[in-house]
Design a protein around this ligand. Structure first.
Ligand SMILES: Cc1cc2nc3c(=O)[nH]c(=O)nc-3n(C[C@H](O)[C@H](O)[C@H](O)COP(=O)(O)OP(=O)(O)OC[C@H]3O[C@@H](n4cnc5c(N)ncnc54)[C@H](O)[C@@H]3O)c2cc1C
Length: 451
């Protein structure tokens, strides 16, 4: 099945690592997983060595003694897991909380928020249990109103979060936000959401890989699955350039980097979206003072085309936002310039600060704007987990464990909300989804410019 990729080839250079801040400060050498060079058999083969695939492998090997192999087209952590913002926060849908309640009802929305909150604590516990050094930073997420109108909306958000959704959130005024956290040209009040914290995503990812290996999982980097077939005996055959893996079950864990041509069931179910990050040189204490910056907590703003930002442990500032809608090098460099200009507009005291790192990657939306996990309806030997809508640090890690438990028990684990169970429906006119998305971004930017 020939399927055109939604973005420029620039996004799929599996042999080239992103020159990210995380790669520069990852601590150890790239996780050493040799490419597949032989023909092998196993119980479960996993396509994708990010949080979903590694967590699934770790839990299958550690908790269920399953013979498992992971194949990644790049190096381990090459995908979004090794290059995200490192926000471990409640979330995982592309829907605002009110819209989620409207779409699925209060009970289901509450169940989802509980799972997402549990997923944040799950990351913390997993890292402690597996002794992963992942540089936690901060103990809450700041959700900042970027305008007066957004500040008024935060009041309703606070009510619904702490009421119907049963979450921990604190509503603070613009003055309090400036006193406790930071000042900027657009700070009109904030919600302080918990549980949440920042982490070093690549260290965390490599830690998961090391633990999975210690517990018996076998990992292969630079082993892109080129074809996936199921033979008459029901055995899956995953072919790479170096060898073949035969497996009783397959977990498809490639999220935004999914290769839709590999399996017809996955065609048209995802909308990968580019997210882009820039990181400054270390800021001096005078520069931090000039914007009253005094928080380690990760933060987001309330724009429709949202920005996420945080101070890093070495004093650098990370600023992220929507990437280009095509991903070619020229468009990409334009996006970085726009994001840098936005950052300097919000924190004018930093307008002379140099940018040391810039990189991008793919997050993954679905047509329901919710994650999608479980086995295929008509073939329970194929499982999947994707569609974390930019909140995969917690949700992808948690999903990996749920998939492992699903395989071991043969049924949906308790605590997996029904609204994220099963394959997300196809996008209407899937061939044109990227074009519709580009139009949607233009409209959202226009609306942001008027708010
Ligand atoms: C710039 C950016 C910032 C983000 N910030 C945050 C954040 O702060 N907090 C948060 O919670 N989430 C964030 N996210 C989202 C989060 O990183 C993802 O949701 C999460 O990492 C998804 O993990 P995954 O394992 O499912 O997929 P990935 O980590 O993307 O891994 C998929 C893997 O599949 C592999 N693959 C693809 N095709 C094949 C094939 N044919 N054969 C073998 N391997 C293949 C790829 O090489 C890739 O490594 C961000 C994402 C990006 C891009």
């Amino acid at each position: 099945m020939a399927v055109a990729r939604l973005y420029d080839d620039n996004l799929y250079q599996f042999d080239t690592p992103q020159r990210s801040y995380w790669e520069a400060t990852g601590g150890s050498e790239r996780f050493n997983a040799t490419p597949l060079a032989t023909n092998e058999s196993c119980d479960v083969a996993i396509i994708g060595g990010g949080f979903t695939g590694l967590s699934a492998a770790l839990h299958l090997a550690r908790d269920h003694n399953v013979d498992v192999r992971v194949l990644d087209a790049g190096h381990i952590g090459w995908g979004a897991s090794g290059r995200n913002g490192g926000f471990c926060c409640v979330g995982g849908t592309g829907l605002h909380r009110h819209a989620l309640i409207k779409q699925v009802g209060i009970e289901s929305a509450r169940e989802f928020y509980q799972a997402s909150s549990d997923a944040v604590e799950f990351v913390r516990t997993l890292a402690v249990d597996e002794n992963i050094d992942y540089q936690t930073f901060g103990n809450a997420e700041i959700e900042v109103a970027h305008s007066q109108r957004a500040a008024a909306a935060l009041k309703k958000d606070h009510e619904v979060l702490t009421g119907a959704l049963g979450m921990r959130a604190e509503l603070i005024s613009a003055g309090e936000c400036k006193e406790r956290f930071y000042d900027s040209s657009e700070t009109y009040g904030a919600l302080i959401n918990r549980p949440a914290f920042g982490l070093h995503p690549l260290r965390y990812c490599r830690g998961l890989a090391a633990s999975a290996t210690q517990h018996g999982a076998v990992l292969h980097s630079r082993s892109q699955v080129r074809s996936w077939q199921k033979d008459d005996q029901g055995t899956h055959r995953l072919l790479t350039d170096g060898g073949l893996v035969r497996a009783k079950r397959v977990i498809y864990a490639s999220n935004g980097f999914i290769q839709e041509e590999l399996h017809s069931e996955f065609y048209g179910r995802t909308l990968p979206i580019i997210s882009a990050i820039v990181v400054t040189r270390p800021l001096t204490s005078d520069e931090l003072d000039a914007q009253s910056w005094r928080t380690e907590n990760p933060a987001i703003n309330s724009r429709l085309v949202m920005n996420y930002f945080r101070l890093l442990p070495d004093g650098r500032f990370l600023f992220g936002g929507r990437g280009h809608t095509v991903g070619d090098p020229e468009g990409e460099s334009q996006t970085y310039d726009n994001n840098i200009a936005a950052m300097k507009r919000i924190w004018p005291a930093w307008r002379h600060v140099d940018i040391d790192f810039r990189w991008h990657g793919l997050i993954c939306y679905t047509a329901t704007l919710r994650p999608s996990i479980g086995p295929l309806d008509d073939d329970n030997s194929v499982l999947f987990g994707f569609g974390y809508h930019g909140n995969g640090v917690n949700m992808a890690s948690w999903t990996g464990k749920q998939l492992a438990d699903w395989i071991a028990s043969g049924k949906r684990p308790e605590g997996v909300p029904s609204i994220i169970t099963g394959l997300a429906r196809k996008f209407p006119l899937p061939k044109h989804r990227a074009a519709f998305f580009r139009l949607g971004v233009k409209i959202a930017k226009w609306r942001d410019s008027r708010s």
